[in-house]
Design a binder for this molecule. Structure first.
Ligand SMILES: Nc1ncnc2c1ncn2[C@@H]1O[C@H](COP(=O)(O)OP(=O)(O)O)[C@@H](O)[C@H]1O
Ligand SMILES: [Mg+2]
Length: 200
């Protein structure tokens, strides 16, 4: 489904990470834990073909990084860490519509509101719904519960867990204490990715 071998990314003179190797399952919840600046966003953006790797290989749904960038449109989607909304209403912001997602995330009452007038938490939910409503086979969710209050956090986590029963979800976090039950757990730290699943 998604795999990487010897993956590395450098900005200017500094390597963010090197030698990153993994093989992700076809479906399930994979968590990538790591402190600020360890490269979680960079890694997700590479898998979403928004950033090009400096070295190593990635296979995304059977395609190389270059082929995936050309050919994959809605199969692999990235949801930004920061709440990102465009002008217009919440509805205008949802390129794919899915009643279940809108309902589960509590967005139905705000569909007609101006997206930019919403609180950070709601804007984050719109950012998540924009991706999940398109039902990607691979949802790359960058700190999906950041900006959410405890209640919304729980709602979003439950929906994402349900979504990961049929699809692959990669979830990044810098909060070891707030991890969802994951199929697999990795830690990105000091430029390397380690699998921690066996420790839990
Ligand atoms: N476009 C960029 N240009 C230069 N450096 C970058 C760029 N994007 C990220 N970085 C650097 O790469 C490192 C990893 O960043 P990031 O992937 O955002 O980490 P995380 O998501 O784990 O907080 C940081 O040191 C950051 O400053
Ligand atoms: Mg980040």
């Amino acid at each position: 489904m998604i795999s990487a071998a010897g993956l590395g990314k450098r900005f200017g003179d500094g390597w963010v990470f090197r030698g990153v190797t993994f093989q992700l399952p076809e479906r399930g919840l994979v968590v990538v834990l790591g402190p600020n600046g360890s490269g979680k966003t960079t890694l997700l953006k590479i898998l979403a073909t928004l950033l090009e790797p400096t070295e190593g290989e990635v296979k995304i749904l059977g395609l190389s990084w270059g082929e995936a960038r050309m050919r994959l449109r809605r199969e692999v989607l990235y949801a930004h860490q920061e709440p990102v909304v465009l002008s217009g209403t919440v509805e205008d912001n949802l390129f794919c519509r899915d009643y279940d997602v809108e309902d589960a995330l509590g967005l139905r009452p705000v569909l007609r509101k101006k997206a930019k007038s919403l609180s950070g938490g709601y804007r984050k939910l719109v950012t998540l719904a924009r991706v999940l409503a398109c039902r990607p086979k691979v949802a790359l969710l960058d700190e999906p519960t950041a900006f959410l209050d405890p209640e919304k956090r729980q709602i979003a986590a439950a929906y994402i867990a349900e979504y990961s029963r049929k699809n692959l979800v990669v979830w990044t976090s810098h909060y070891p204490s707030e991890l969802p039950p994951a199929e697999r757990l990795y830690e990105l730290r000091d430029g390397a990715l380690k699998e921690l699943s066996n420790i839990r």
